[in-house]
Design a protein around this ligand. Sequence first.
Ligand SMILES: [Zn+2]
Ligand SMILES: [Zn+2]
Ligand SMILES: [Zn+2]
Length: 162
Amino acid sequence: MATKRAQAKHSVNKLELPPLVAERISCALSKWTGEMGRCHWCNEIITGKRRRTWCSDACGRAWQREHIWRFARSAAKRRAKYRCTKPGCTAERRDCEVNHILPLNGIGYGPGCQHHSKPNSKGEGGLEVLCHAHHAEITAAQATARAVARRAVQESAVTTKQ
Ligand SMILES: [Zn+2]
Ligand SMILES: [Zn+2]
Ligand SMILES: [Zn+2]
């Protein structure tokens, strides 16, 4: 019994939260302040007996749309009405893919704030819907930028060694 109580106390410690849960406290879109028993999206007190994380299905879905790639991707396409958002693009409807405006660069497609639909207050991040051709163009440009950055790092490493 004593161990059980110790465990319960443990789980209240913010620092012990799983990273994905802790992220909701810092997430710019979630209103959750980290208090147990409150919705991890709107911060309202959870009243449903069988609910622990979200006060309603709507809040759970709202979080998913901004943090789980497959939900974020389909929501972005739906918002763009399945059309490339590049001005004047003549690609067909449904020829659309979703691009992370800020390249993921190894952060990956796992759940997280990197899938927010809109840029943050500093204008960074967000998703954009592009046709295959425009997406390929941007992906190629991003790869070139990465290669240039890598070369710069390598060169500065060489200089520091000398
Ligand atoms: Zn809620
Ligand atoms: Zn977030
Ligand atoms: Zn296009």
